[in-house]
Design a protein around this ligand. Sequence first.
Ligand SMILES: NC(=O)C1=CN([C@@H]2O[C@H](COP(=O)(O)OP(=O)(O)OC[C@H]3O[C@@H](n4cnc5c(N)ncnc54)[C@H](OP(=O)(O)O)[C@@H]3O)[C@@H](O)[C@H]2O)C=CC1
Ligand SMILES: O=C(O)C1=N[C@H](C(=O)O)C[C@H](O)C1
Length: 249
Amino acid sequence: MSAIFHAGISGYRGRMGRAVSQVLDAREDVVVAARFDWGETADISLCDVIIDFSTPDASLALAQGAAARGGPALVIGSTGFTPEQEAELVKAAEKIAIVKSGNFSLGVNILIGLVQHAAQRLDAQDWDIEITEAHHRRKVDSPSGTALMLGEAAAEGRFTDLADIRSAPYDGVQGERENGKIGFSSIRAGGIIGEHTVLFASEDEVLTLSHSAIDRALFAKGAVAAAAWVRTRRPGLYDMQDVLGFRQA
Ligand SMILES: NC(=O)C1=CN([C@@H]2O[C@H](COP(=O)(O)OP(=O)(O)OC[C@H]3O[C@@H](n4cnc5c(N)ncnc54)[C@H](OP(=O)(O)O)[C@@H]3O)[C@@H](O)[C@H]2O)C=CC1
Ligand SMILES: O=C(O)C1=N[C@H](C(=O)O)C[C@H](O)C1
């Protein structure tokens, strides 16, 4: 058995917090040393690592608090950060190790590589890229964090930044679609756990790459694997590609 470590759960009464609790409680090598939610304080010094699925504001406050005292390490799953908040997280990661990902599933992290590969080989003048995602009615941010990661992978495949080629949302009479842009569409309905599709379309053919989450425990298992990985790492901002060993040197 691997060495015992102490974990905390931020946002523990939420959908993901409850799923993470179940995965941690089933592990013999983890002691859950702190569980906290909005408005609650906890002694984070008891933890080697905290798993956080809450809100961007809460995650950033946690990261800044941990950075100020030099630990613990963090696994951040919250989505919907502004570019300014992302920049603050980069600063916090100079002091502590953070794994941040919009999706902790193995399948999505493989999909990211496939999307980058396809985007690099399908010429931007001939092939349009559209990303669609569907989630439950309680999700507050859009596009989803996963959709944005897939968009970033496609942009990377085309050797550019997503911010430079992201389409404005389609609404009203906006004229013809511009070549080389990446579009995003979101559905919010019922209890859908998480569906993502990246569509590459030319005048002659359509290539579709997609992923469906069947159970939210999937994300919790990935986040716990990330926690076990990150707790002994040097300060830095990591993602699931690092945890899974997919990043090329
Ligand atoms: N990366 C991934 O793989 C995944 C990411 N997510 C993301 O995780 C986040 C949470 O999702 P989900 O669990 O569905 O959402 P929920 O709304 O069910 O849970 C969020 C929880 O965070 C709590 N919270 C709010 N503020 C704070 C705070 N300051 N400190 C600690 N806890 C706080 C909320 O408490 P209260 O209700 O009292 O406000 C709530 O319990 C979202 O951003 C979502 O997009 C979700 C699934 C997978
Ligand atoms: O809010 C959710 O539920 C999910 N959020 C993540 C995202 O924004 O991509 C991951 C997953 O799809 C579920």
